[in-house]
Design a binder for this molecule. Structure first.
Ligand SMILES: [Zn+2]
Length: 224
């Protein structure tokens, strides 16, 4: 495990994906989870990434990226639906805590995306505040349909990409930080069965020279 906190977007991205590779391979190191780390962090935190992920119980951020206390600033909502409080939390992670990376994490078989697809297909609305989640996901589903997407992977990737765009468009602060190269935003799709995360969107991080990481490459375990 690393003993220094990644300070650049690329280092943070590599550090995060290395952790996911360990988890997927069954070789997790469970770093930063002891009493010494807890004591080190008591006075201040310096996480290396903000993670906006789906609340799905199978998507526990520190576990699937093999990280520990003080490593990730995590915001999770059903379907990684983003409203004002989510945007504010991300801005806090980037501007106050100085995180060099923002990750949007979606996953296959996402209940929020499935519920939204059903609501769009049936022309129905959900009850209570679940309706707000559905409304946040609906633009992604409509855009995916307009683009001819007809499979679960396609819808999930479209929603992750749309969320990345949404964060960049709505948060002037985030866009400024990306423009200044102090942080980058990436979108990852996680596969529940394999435990792997693949890149589907990237802003402020030049990964074009790395064929294995180019957004949109084959959705397999070796696409990382
Ligand atoms: Zn989900």
């Amino acid at each position: 495990m690393s003993h220094t906190t990644p300070a650049t977007p690329r280092d943070a991205f590599d550090h995060l994906l290395a952790g996911n590779r360990r988890f997927a391979a069954g070789t997790s190191q469970h770093p930063h989870q002891d009493a010494a780390r807890r004591a080190d962090l008591a006075s201040a935190q310096r996480p290396f990434a903000v993670l906006l992920g789906c609340s799905d119980s199978r998507l526990a951020a520190e576990i699937i990226f093999d990280q520990g206390l003080g490593d990730l600033f995590v915001v999770r909502t059903a379907g990684h639906a983003a409203g004002p409080e989510v945007l504010g939390s991300i801005e806090y992670g980037v501007s106050v805590l100085g995180c060099p990376l923002v990750v949007v994490l979606g996953h296959d078989a996402c209940g929020a995306v499935a519920a939204t697809r059903a609501a769009v297909a049936d022309g129905t609305t959900a009850r209570g505040y679940l309706r707000d989640v559905i409304e946040r996901v609906t633009p992604s589903v409509l855009a995916a349909q307009a683009a001819g997407v007809n499979d679960d992977d396609g819808y999930i990737a479209a929603h992750v990409r749309h969320t990345v765009d949404f964060l960049m468009e709505r948060s002037r602060e985030l866009a400024d930080q990306v423009a200044a190269e102090r942080t980058a935003v990436v979108g990852l799709c996680y596969r529940l069965a394999e435990g792997t995360a693949r890149l589907v969107a990237s802003r402020g991080l030049d990964l074009a020279s790395d064929p294995a990481l180019r957004p949109g490459t084959a959705p397999t375990a070796n696409s990382r």
